[in-house]
Design a protein around this ligand. Structure first.
Ligand code: ADP
Length: 558
């Protein structure tokens, strides 16, 4: 694996070292050539000097070596031979005629060494140059004069200063370059990480079975996942169209206006939940999607685009429709025989020859059939989406008596489930009620309190007349209702998870009808519950009927 890394990094590095050496050599050979050519004009005697010609050849040879040697594939220090060879050559050339000042050119290889080969070789180069100059001068043996000031002082100071300055500045440059390289490699790593994460996120979003559309702060769509593209092509819309051009509202027939289209609402910065859209023309193959949108913010809290999620809910809506159709048709079918039973029981009650006991039994059967008809009618109403109101008729009724009747009617059920049923509170509490509906409320609450109770549990029904109206509390010692479910138990057809998974039979309609009846009385219904301890429902209805407008206001507040 490391070999693989070297081969990829190699060619770029090799080229750089070799071309650096060649250009450094040319920067020495070039000026030297100019000086030597100038010397030919100034001092024609050099024509006869083999030293000068030898040195011209020497510098050509060095230039050739710098161009031909594969510097990148040999140790870097070998490259230092070249500036030292140049130094030696210049010193030799200087010896030919020190007065020409050609010796000053030693700063060129010294610059090269100081810039490239570190402090030790720089010191060696500087010291070697100075010693060579001083040594050759002393060896000449002639007396030292002011003319030698250049050799002994100026050149050493110049060489030393240039070497020091170049070394320091290139060391700083190298440190900065290193820092830059570190930064750029950190940026590179961060970029790679970000792009890897983006890749994983895209993979994930493409793997999920709900549609996802993301857009940036300028409103440009930046991502459409595979599921969304599939939703589009399923209905003949091109995959790059982002959304379907024609969509219908929850009723399936009303077109969305341009401003109300979920994508446009999201692009204008709105967050929303579970908007229903229908795609496909009415009467043809269709699909329903639930659309939600969320707005995103950057670290500074500024708007940074958003995301839209679309879930296919066609099956759920079809199941709801099938359930409503079934409940609707079953309750419709039950209504006719029930009405007939009621009619015949009514006729039977008119028979004067009935003995007391039979009449009492027919009355009970009649009252129960009547209640059954009310329940079936409510079921029919709940199953049809129509916004029909419950039929109600108010009178002054004794809530305590109704509660007692309901408790008595549930005795058998309670005994079967080993639950103790206790009647508590006032003996009489009159309020403005629809007695049959109030009985329906108490029946629902007491049935639930028994159904969702534990063995040997207790159900207590307590009636309290008060200034604000008459209250009835139905307390049980049952399993309780999880907090998260509390706000939903009054929804139509809602049943808690534990109720659904238990053997307890139910439709999830009882509490929604109960709440509606209580609200129609202008009263309110509250629930408190503790898991494993029990649940208490409290119904409060006003003692006197208020004007319908007020009653409506109260029921909303409740
Ligand atoms: P159901 O026909 O399922 O009883 P309801 O509308 O009467 O329908 O009740 C809705 C749900 O509320 C029930 O399914 C049950 O999960 C929960 N619930 C109602 N009353 C109680 C109670 N007393 N204790 C525990 N859970 C209850």
């Amino acid at each position: 694996m490391s070999g693989g890394v070297r081969t990829t990094a190699g060619p770029r590095k090799r080229g750089r070292v070799a071309s650096g050496i060649l250009s450094a050599q040319l920067l020495i050979s070039g000026p030297l050539l100019v000086v030597i050519i100038a010397l030919l004009f100034v001092s024609p005697s050099v024509y006869s000097s083999p030293v000068v010609f030898g040195m011209v050849f020497f510098f050509f040879a060095l230039t050739a070596v710098s161009a031909l040697v594969p510097w990148d594939s040999i140790p870097r220090l070998w490259g230092a031979l070249l500036p030292f060879a140049n130094l030696a050559g210049i010193l030799v050339l200087r010896e030919f005629d020190p007065q020409t000042g050609v010796g000053l050119l030693v700063v060129l290889p010294i610059i090269w060494i100081a810039r490239t080969f570190g402090s030790t070789l720089t010191i060696a180069g500087v010291a070697g140059t100075i010693l060579a100059m001083w040594g050759t001068r002393l060896l000449r043996g002639s007396p030292i004069t002011w003319n030698d000031f250049v050799t002994f002082v100026v050149v050493p100071v110049l060489v030393g200063f240039v070497a020091g300055a170049i070394y320091v500045s290139s060391a700083r440059g190298r440190a900065q370059a290193k820092l830059l390289r570190q930064h750029s490699s950190m940026v590179q790593v961060a970029l790679e990480k970000a792009s890897r994460q983006e890749g994983v996120l895209n993979e994930l979003l493409n793997a999920v079975d709900f549609g996802v559309i993301a857009f940036d702060r300028t409103g440009t769509v930046t991502f459409v996942n595979r599921a969304q593209r599939q939703y589009l092509t399923d209905f003949g819309t091109p995959a790059d169209a982002v959304v379907h051009p024609v969509i219908y509202q929850a009723d399936g027939v009303t077109l969305y206006t341009e401003d109300d289209r979920p994508l446009n609402r999201a692009l204008s910065g709105q967050a929303f939940d579970n908007l229903i859209i229908w795609v496909g023309e009415p009467g043809e193959r269709r699909a329903a999607h639930s659309v939600s949108s969320r707005i995103l913010h950057d670290r500074e809290g500024e708007y940074d685009g958003g995301v839209i999620v679309l879930t296919d809910i066609t099956k759920e809506l079809e199941a709801v429709r099938a359930r409503d159709d079934l409940i609707g048709s079953v309750s419709h079918e039950l209504r006719s025989p029930l009405t007939s039973i009621l009619g015949y029981l009514d006729l039977a009650r008119d028979d004067d020859q009935l003995d007391e006991e039979t009449r009492r039994m027919i009355d009970v059967a009649y009252a129960n059939s009547e209640r059954l008809l009310v329940i079936v009618t409510d079921l029919l109403r709940a199953a049809s989406d129509a916004d029909q109101q419950l039929a109600m008729s108010f009178t002054a009724g004794d809530v305590a008596q109704i509660a007692r009747d309901s408790v008595e009617a549930h005795r058998v059920m309670a005994e079967e489930r080993e639950v103790e049923l206790v009647m508590d509170g006032a003996d009489s509490a009159v309020a403005a009620i629809d007695p049959m509906r109030m009985r329906q409320v108490l029946d629902n609450l007491i049935t639930n309190a028994i159904k969702y109770n534990r063995e040997w549990g207790t159900v207590t029904v307590a009636v309290e007349p008060g200034a604000g109206g008459v209250s009835v509390e139905v307390r049980d010692t049952g399993q309780g209702i999880p907090e998260a479910d509390l706000p939903r138990i009054f929804d139509r057809f809602y049943r808690t998870k534990s109720a659904k998974s238990s053997a307890t039979v139910g439709t999830g309609l009882g509490l929604s009808i109960t709440r509606e009846i209580v609200h129609r009385h202008g009263g309110h219904l509250t629930v408190t519950s503790e898991l494993g301890i029990g649940t208490t429902f409290r119904v409060t209805v006003p003692t006197e009927r208020e004007s319908s407008a007020n009653a409506g206001a109260r029921s909303v507040a409740a």
